[in-house]
Write a protein that binds this ligand. Structure first.
Ligand code: ADP
Ligand code: MG
Ligand code: MG
Length: 841
């Protein structure tokens, strides 16, 4: 049987998002849940049709689906107008554009005018269509279109689009159509539009967005063709967006924005400043009440906070879209706690609604509570957290500028997204909570203030003017995306206060998770921060960081430069008390919790200046130590085997420190870079000679050979800790510091990898090595303790894998500890049968 490539909205459901895209699947679901009279009819051309088209095929035949739609609408395409809406598996805001009012031409526009008795409306709709079709389907640049509109307004002597007369609109439509080859035939229009949406999947903006969010190129997008309803039919019509709860705070009241007498894109583009949803209760009470009821129903049905788009056509409410609301961390934790308390969700279900990576924002700074500053301007609090930096006006400057910057724009577009990534915060003069700037900033966890309308951003002059004051590129600005306040004063930023909902979520996560969560910490400060954030021990203390301190450097250098063992021992004897003091600080902080200390790991030359800066014997020694490939050279346990005095000193310092502190820590001594079991047995002897038997000795597992002989290594080890950074480097033969700026982007482009294997573990390759070592190691020694101390220990998708692989704990940097706690809980809840959608979707 031939594959079905077009689905009527009545045939789909939310479970079909891979095939129908998120938007299509949810429109279908809404059609079933709310009834066909609430959702304009239509059909979805599938993502598989897109994939086939992009491989060189054509779009599927739309005849049957269209005939069905025409039958339902009681009119033919042309009189029947449709929107053509893209929708991938995951929403990609503003990336692939929508065409409205398709079907209009010189003949059908007259019919529309007659049918509605509103000539201006008909011509305005036609003008919009000519504009969108030209831009999206024919690639006419926005500037060219804007120029035409501006010229027409100038000639007509008016300022606003809405002041253009019918004759002006007719002329403008003709002008717009003159910019490209406009197909009068509605069917031809439809097919061209579907092709254009498919093509846009390969457009620069879409590709850039996918890179940033790790979305595979192979998915493709679906296209939804839907009967138009009109929010621009006059004062009893409107278009808007509505959230089932406050999308910024998570408070249980619906929120949103709407514009009277407008079509959807007007609201989303942030060009006109919209009304708050609450005002609709007075201006359109019936539609408002219906909407509130529907929001509640959708939330109950989906078991999650919803983000919807709606249109009211002459008093009648239509739902055009729903999806799970993207939300900042404070709203996420509030929703989770409220939903569990309201009985909407169980605790475990509620935990699954929290995106772990987003929790970072709750750990971000705010303005100091007692800070004294003058408010420069206020805007819409669009994405929480505070930011401070130099003003930049373009994405490019944001990327190129050294140091902290704040991106300042009238409003933002897809091309500005790279600037969001580089900036501390975003400030715009136009648009509301649903504007592009707000959505993207929240998605990326950047503080944002929007619609600060007293501010005039002049991009041409590279100036921002507020109440007579002028600001230029490089001037300091600070904003608080939680309150909407902007200031030019150098306010101190302080660490956030504890959010009670966050504490609750973390407590639930601790109940649910199986994996332990430790931290990577080298100093008492880091250890203290990590404990505050819930770390249950130290999974990795990098002792080399202790030798980098200014007072250690000369001693370290003397030790390295030493001619013979005696001289080296002398230097080590001087280092020993310093090292001991470092460990004492760490042990005090960790008060009895496990502390895993890795013996010196990096190549010795890292502690020396460049040979050119040295003279005589020192220079010779430094030259002798230089290696072509130091990361694969004399480092890790290799160093300890040739210079056993080094581990001996470190172990003595550890033992003495452990005896000196109030609460004896559970010390674990870790040997780095072991490949052969004999390396570990030799070092275990040395360690036991200094520390006595009974000390816990283990090894990093970070070389493929170690994974293959893990059973033999386990004979010598009390624990394994997977060093997934080096394991990734050595398994792939990738040098982390060299791949990022070079070929990795190309690899992603060519579909070889979806994202950096240094961010998210390559589960099928490197992960297989982890599983193998965990399995054979445990087979030999059932009580072998297994942990992870690479960067991956704080990456939610990787954490899910480590849970599956049966490890005991993950260890990550202090600020990632809460993220790991929640990720570990989610992994446990989802369980072995469903390791979770790695896309998070
Ligand atoms: P995006 O993914 O950019 O939000 P949409 O496909 O949701 O694009 O379309 C943007 C807006 O266009 C919608 O919010 C809605 O207001 C308007 N729109 C889309 N389809 C229709 C329709 N059939 N009738 C009326 N308005 C529509
Ligand atoms: Mg859009
Ligand atoms: Mg939409």
């Amino acid at each position: 049987m031939e594959e079905k490539l077009v689905y009527d909205f009545e045939e789909g459901s939310r479970d079909m998002r891979e095939l129908l895209g998120g938007k299509g699947a949810n429109i279908a679901e809404m059609t079933r849940v709310l009834g066909a009279d609430r959702v304009p009819a239509g059909f979805t051309v599938t993502t598989e049709a897109c994939v086939a088209y992009l491989k060189g095929g054509d779009i599927p035949d739309l005849g049957e689906a269209l005939a069905h739609l025409e039958e339902k609408a009681g009119k033919q395409l042309g009189e029947l107008l449709v929107s053509v809406r893209s929708g991938a598996r995951e929403s990609m805001p503003g990336m692939l554009d929508t065409i409205l009012n398709l079907g209009l031409n010189d003949t059908t526009v007259e019919a529309l005018a007659r049918a509605t008795g509103n000539e201006r409306f008909a011509w305005d709709s036609y003008r919009r269509f000519a504009q969108m079709f030209g831009n999206v389907a024919k690639g006419v640049p926005t500037d060219q279109i804007e120029d035409l509109i501006a010229a027409r307004k100038r000639e007509a002597g008016v300022k606003l689009d809405t002041e253009l007369s019918v004759a002006d609109l007719q002329q403008l439509t003709a002008d717009l159509k003159g910019l490209y080859e406009f197909p009068e035939d509605p069917r031809e229009q439809l097919e061209a539009a579907v092709r254009a949406v498919f093509d846009s999947w390969k457009g620069d903006r879409a590709v850039a967005y996918r890179r940033l969010h790790g979305i595979p190129d192979s998915w493709g997008t679906a296209v939804n063709v839907q009967q138009m309803v009109f929010g621009n039919m006059g004062e009893s019509s409107c278009s808007g967006v509505a959230f089932s709860r406050d999308e910024i705070t998570g408070a249980p009241e619906p929120s949103g924005d709407y514009l009277v007498n407008a079509q959807g894109e007007d609201v989303v583009s942030g060009v006109r400043t919209p009304h708050d949803l609450s005002e609709m209760a007075t201006s359109m009470p019936e539609a408002h009440e219906e909407l509130i009821g529907i929001l509640r129903e959708l939330e109950r049905h989906y078991g999650d906070m919803q983000d919807t788009e709606f249109t009211v056509e002459e008093g009648r409410l239509y739902m055009l879209q729903t999806r799970s609301a993207k939300r900042p961390a404070q709203a996420a934790v509030r929703f989770a706690v409220d939903a569990a308390e309201e009985g909407l969700l169980s605790r475990e279900e509620a935990l699954l609604t929290v995106e772990p990576a987003a929790l970072d924002a709750l750990l971000h700074p705010t303005f100091g509570p007692d800070a004294d500053f003058d408010v420069l301007v206020r805007g819409v609090p669009a994405s929480p957290g505070a930011a401070k930096g130099a003003i930049v006006f373009t994405a490019r400057e944001a990327v190129e500028h050294d140091g902290d910057v704040v991106l300042v724009r009238p409003f933002t577009e897809a091309d500005d997204v790279a600037g969001f990534d580089a900036a501390r915060g975003i400030l715009t003069s136009e648009g509301g909570k649903a504007s592009h700037a707000a959505l993207v900033a929240r998605g990326m966890g950047r503080p944002c203030v929007c619609g600060a309308s007293e501010m005039d951003v002049d991009l041409a002059a590279k100036e921002m003017r507020v109440n007579g004051a002028v600001f230029r590129e490089g001037d300091l600005i600070a904003l608080d995306g939680t309150s909407g306040v902007v200031t030019a004063d150098d306010v101190p930023l302080v660490d956030p206060e504890v959010d009670e909902n966050f504490e609750t979520v973390l407590a639930w996560a601790d109940d649910a998770r199986r994996l332990g969560v430790r931290t990577n910490a080298d100093t008492p400060d880091e250890a203290q921060k990590a404990r505050e954030l819930g770390a249950e021990g130290i999974g990795l203390c990098r002792t080399e960081h202790m030798f980098m301190a200014a007072d250690r450097q000369p001693l370290m250098r003397a030790m390295i430069m030493a001619e013979g063992e005696e001289e080296r021992k002398e230097a080590l004897d001087q280092l020993e008390p310093l090292q001991q003091a470092d460990f004492e600080g760490l042990f005090e902080e960790m008060a009895g919790l496990p502390v895993c200390i890795r013996l010196l790991d990096p190549p010795l030359h890292e502690f020396l200046p460049h040979p050119d800066e040295l003279e005589g014997a020192e220079r010779e020694r430094a030259e002798a130590l230089r290696e072509t490939n130091p990361m694969l050279g004399t480092r890790g346990c290799r160093l300890h085997i040739i210079y056993p005095e080094i581990p001996r000193m470190q172990v003595r310092a550890i033992v003495k420190a452990a005896a000196a502190v109030r609460e004896r820590p559970r010390v674990e001594i870790m040997v780095p870079l072991v490949a052969y079991e004999r390396e570990l047995s030799l070092l275990r002897e040395i360690i036991e000679e200094e520390a006595g038997e009974g000390v816990s000795v283990g090894t990093m597992i970070e070389l493929p050979r170690a994974c293959f002989v893990a059973d033999k290594i386990a004979d010598q080890a009390d624990f394994f800790s997977f060093g997934t950074n080096d394991l990734t480097q050595t398994a792939l033969g990738f040098s982390r510091d060299d791949v990022e700026g070079r070929f990795l982007a190309k690899y992603i482009d060519r579909g070889i990898v979806d994202r950096s294997p240094f961010e998210t573990l390559d589960t099928s390759g490197v992960g297989w090595l982890v599983r193998l070592a965990a399995w054979t190691g445990r087979e030999r020694k059932p009580d072998l303790e297994l942990g992870v101390c690479g960067e991956h220990g704080g990456d939610p998708d990787s954490v899910a894998f480590f849970d599956l692989a049966g490890l005991d704990y993950v260890s990550c940097s202090p600020y990632r500890v809460p993220i790991a706690r929640v990720a570990a809980a989610q992994a446990a809840i989802r369980g072995v049968s469903d390791p979770g959608d790695p896309s998070g979707g």
